[in-house]
Design a protein around this ligand. Structure first.
Ligand SMILES: Nc1ncnc2c1ncn2[C@@H]1O[C@H](COP(=O)(O)OP(=O)(O)OP(=O)(O)O)[C@@H](O)[C@H]1O
Length: 240
């Protein structure tokens, strides 16, 4: 069951932020969404997560039309979006932050606690489980954001620049974590990311947009070699 936007257009007043774009994510794949600043990446992810109304086009999860449904209905269907800045509940422990997600999906308190601890272990954060959420390092906070998103049991996980601000070693750790989570949970993962080395090594496919339009869709190798991508996206420079 794919999550797909077809021929979608989004306008902000007179500005066409997304112009007839079709994008699809399949379960179990990691799809990169790249493009220069202002290309429309965040807007497109907001469309897929149900946070942004569309002027034209369609949106579906499998056979089910999602356009016009409230954001809560996207979340209930397993479409989970993470934000660039992690919004943890600061007055709670890390574990409690994750438990909230499991409880919202119907787990009892005890089960939520067990599942939170097991997830934190997978993300190499169990040593911080009972620390206040405001006592995490930057890298830990980013992984905590991932834990929070995973506690919502996503079928599709939409990640907005998960590696922003991470050092190379932390970005590599994040890459391995994302792939392990994909393999374990089988969810489709869309990643907006400016770190090209990470995009090229993490993604099964890459969707490139510029000025609200699709420039190319393909494997990392195909996209890296694409003349239109080089010209429009990087002014002819080598990608990655
Ligand atoms: N709420 C809004 N109101 C008006 N214009 C908006 C709004 N959100 C985005 N835009 C405009 O739409 C275009 C696409 O923005 P968007 O944030 O989706 O791009 P992006 O590719 O995510 O950029 P970045 O890489 O800088 O985050 C930009 O021209 C932006 O200024």
């Amino acid at each position: 069951m794919d999550l797909a936007a077809e021929h979608v257009t989004v306008r902000f007043g007179g500005l066409v932020a997304i112009d007839d774009v079709s994008i699809a994510i399949s379960p179990g794949e990691v799809l990169g969404l790249i493009g220069p600043n202002g290309a429309g990446k965040t807007t497109l992810v907001n469309v897929l997560a149900g946070f942004q109304a569309i002027a034209r086009g369609s949106l579906r999860l499998g056979e089910r039309s999602m356009a016009g449904s409230p954001a809560s209905s996207f979340a209930r269907s397993g479409i989970v979006r993470s934000f660039q800045s992690v919004r943890l509940f600061r007055g709670m422990t890390l574990s409690e932050n994750v438990e909230v997600g499991f409880v919202s999906r119907g787990s009892g308190r005890q089960q939520a606690r067990e599942r939170a601890l097991s997830l934190l272990k997978e993300l190499n954060l169990h040593h911080k489980a009972h620390h206040p959420a405001n006592a995490l390092s930057y890298g830990e906070e980013r992984r905590a954001g991932l834990a929070r998103a995973l506690a919502l049991e996503p079928r599709f996980l939409l990640l907005d620049e998960p590696a922003a601000g991470l050092a190379a070693a932390e970005a590599e750790e994040l890459r391995q974590t994302i792939l392990a989570l994909r393999d374990r949970y089988g969810c489709g993962i869309l990643v907006i990311e400016h770190n090209m080395a990470l995009v090229m090594s993490l993604c099964d496919r890459v969707h490139v947009i510029g000025s609200g339009k699709t420039i190319a869709i393909g494997t990392p190798e195909a996209v890296r070699a694409d003349q239109a991508v080089r010209a429009a996206y990087l002014g002819g420079k080598e990608l990655g």
